[in-house]
Design a binder for this molecule. Structure first.
Ligand code: SIN
Length: 487
């Protein structure tokens, strides 16, 4: 049984709250607890419906000027924001680590990932194109061009407190939209720092605002009712996504939803076992397994399963679990009690139905759970049906391609899937048969700013990132021009 004997979390340094000046009302606040220590380390405004309305008014007002700025001007500001984020990597990484427990080295990596969206959309802002097309009438000219959808409401999660904000805000601003971000209750500080940096580089008032609140339904409701807010973009659970989708319908908002996943990771018999094991580690144990794209089901060909499990066991047992503020830490705490309880329940349920713990399997005290490998996992176990969002790697064996493709697709989710093989034919054919928005072929970490990120089925609607991400913030306007027939 793994224990948390060394590298225990120390009390975090006091967080210096960025200036809250200018917010609608600073009098009501809520506490933030560091998941590594269980101690309150900061307070942020707990905004209500009335304040939400003030944010909406500011966003609508700012939109009038922002949409009229040139793409070049928006591009330059976004580039400055990118530079400021990179220069402020330590400040943001500290906020991330304190508020949601991500190990500091990984948090720095997230900041660079987040900055990449600001950089990409600084460039992409200038590359918005329209089309001209022919008319059946001699004296008509037809064209279509893109215009910003309007003020946007963005609801972002705690697992990537920086990257999930820039992945929405950068394309929205590049397109000429204004944005209000409601960060997860657990992780508002990162959002506040990103907003502060935007203003430091000259981002106009009202273009990017962060509303912090511990009453998400009350605040969100205000934006859903408001027909001036033209788009919802959300990253989070499928259950909440469905609810927000319904609520957005009352004012017919454009909607982008990045929801839950249940990623299969298929290792074929010809795979390079050591490299596949390294990749599974990167995919599964990133952010202690708290990502939508991390694998929740590892299918290994029966002929190599013993070797792969051994390779994984060595790596998992060597993971350094502990204080997220220490540079050497690889696995921090889970975000909260609810998250820990779910992980525990999934492991207990699997074990009670015949799964075998190869490494870990136990809680370590506080919000820590030992990185775990489970073998002999079988259909019917909760871990194969629900997102675990924790450091648990369930392993199943398979014999044939058809069998594993059917098993991989047997889920209501369709975000990311992975496969390892040296055979080109298998790689292409299986990738085409997987019902997922993202497929990693010999790559367990495909996410990057210039690629489309998003899922099918219950994993959501729309795509973020790359040339696709900005289209979510644009409407197409068709213009038909009648010319004077005599000239
Ligand atoms: C997520 O888990 O929602 C995002 C992960 C990623 O961007 O790779």
């Amino acid at each position: 049984m793994m224990s948390l004997a060394t590298n225990q979390p120390t009390d975090a340094v006091d967080w210096v709250l960025p200036s809250l000046e200018g917010r609608a009302d600073n009098s009501v606040t809520y506490d933030l607890t560091n998941p590594a220590t269980g101690k309150v380390f900061a307070r942020v405004p707990d905004c209500d419906a009335q304040e939400a309305m003030a944010f909406a008014n500011a966003s609508v007002q700012a939109f009038e000027n922002w949409k009229a700025t040139t793409a070049y001007a928006r591009s330059q500001l976004l580039r400055k924001w990118f530079d400021r984020i990179v220069a402020g990597v330590d400040e943001i990484a500290t906020a991330i680590s304190l508020e949601m427990g991500k190990p500091i080295s990984e948090a720095r990596g997230e900041v660079m990932y987040a900055a990449g969206f600001a950089e990409w959309y600084a460039e992409e802002a200038k590359r918005l194109y329209g089309e001209t097309f022919s008319s059946q009438h001699e004296h008509k000219r037809l064209y279509a061009h893109r215009q910003p959808v309007g003020p946007v409401y963005a609801v972002t999660p705690w697992n990537f407190p920086a990257a999930m904000i820039t992945r929405k805000v950068a394309p929205a601003l590049a397109a000429g939209c204004t944005v209000i971000v409601k960060p997860a209750e657990q992780s508002p500080l990162t959002a506040i720092v990103l907003e502060k940096f935007w203003h430091e580089v000259g981002g106009p008032k009202g273009t990017f605002q962060v509303i912090t609140s511990n009453r998400p339904a009350e605040v969100s409701n205000e934006f859903f009712k408001d027909a001036r807010i033209r788009k919802l973009t959300f990253t989070g659970s499928t259950d909440v996504g469905i609810l927000l989708y319904r609520q957005s319908a009352q004012t017919m908002k454009r909607v982008s939803l990045e929801l839950g996943g249940h990623a299969p990771f298929i290792v074929f018999a010809d795979a390079d076992i050591e490299r596949a094991a390294d990749d599974i580690m990167a995919c599964k144990f990133r952010n202690a397994g708290q990502t939508c794209v991390c694998t929740n089901r590892i299918y290994v060909h029966r002929s190599i399963s013993g070797k792969l499990v051994d390779a994984l066991a060595t790596r998992v047992a060597a993971l350094r679990v502990g204080d997220p503020s220490k540079a050497e830490t690889q696995i921090g705490p889970l975000v909260d009690e609810q998250g820990l309880k779910k992980v525990q329940e999934h492991v207990e349920d699997a074990v009670s139905r015949g799964a075998r713990v190869v490494v870990g399997g136990n809680a370590l005290g506080g919000l820590y759970f030992a990185p775990t490998i489970l073998c002999d996992v079988a259909p019917g176990m909760r871990i194969l049906e629900e997102e675990t969002f924790g450091p648990v790697a369930p392993i199943l064996e398979f014999d044939s391609v058809d069998e594993v493709v059917a098993a991989a697709n047997d889920t209501p989710f369709g975000l990311a899937a992975y496969l390892w093989t040296r055979d080109l034919d298998t790689a292409h054919r299986v990738s085409e048969r997987l019902d997922y928005g993202i497929v990693g072929i010999n790559d367990g970490a495909p996410s990057t700013a210039q690629a489309p990120f998003g899922g099918v089925k219950l994993s959501g609607l729309g795509r973020e990132g790359g040339i696709w991400g900005i289209q979510e913030y644009l409407d197409t306007k068709f213009v038909s021009v009648g010319l004077n027939p005599r000239s």
